[in-house]
Design a protein around this ligand. Structure first.
Ligand code: 5GP
Ligand code: ZN
Length: 135
């Protein structure tokens, strides 16, 4: 299904031009307009899914296999030193475009890309609560 108001549906369908690195029947991979680093790309499924909560398992699996292929290829193309694969779900997690996408962010030694978090500490209370609820 497509969403007629979704910009990534239009980009994935080729209705809005984009810098396309790769395309097949299920996905388009494009350069991000506001890159965190040189070569920052986005994997977009051609069908509309809001995010990881509602993407179907087959497409999710294919997206990760494609991420692996793109990372390998783009490392050769860019000569980067590593990669972050980032995928945001819902506003609280930084999602701003509500069409599933995976960020492929090349990393270069000494770059100042601001990904990461302040490390906390796993408390016994949190650990016990979570382990009890997950069972
Ligand atoms: P999010 O914050 O939802 O995980 O990521 C959205 C990403 O889409 C951002 O990195 C933003 O720069 C990128 N983006 C938003 N609109 C466009 C667009 O029209 N074209 C391209 N190529 N990237 C876009
Ligand atoms: Zn969409």
């Amino acid at each position: 299904m497509k969403d007629k108001d979704c910009i990534f549906c239009k980009i994935a369908a080729g209705e809005i031009p984009s810098a396309t690195l790769y395309e097949d029947e299920d996905f388009r991979v494009i350069l991000d307009l506001s890159p965190a680093s040189k070569g920052h790309a986005l994997i977009l499924p051609k069908e509309h899914y809001r995010n990881l909560y509602d993407i179907d398992e087959e497409t999710a699996a294919k997206a990760f296999v494609l991420a692996k292929k793109m990372v390998k290829k783009m490392t050769d193309v860019l000569g980067c030193d590593g990669y972050n694969v980032v995928q945001n779900n819902e506003e609280a997690a930084g999602q701003t475009v509500f069409h599933f996408h995976m960020h492929l962010i090349p990393r270069y030694k000494g770059d100042n890309v601001g990904l990461g978090w302040k490390m906390g500490e796993l408390t016994d209370a949190d650990k016990e609560e979570i382990l009890k609820k997950i069972k």
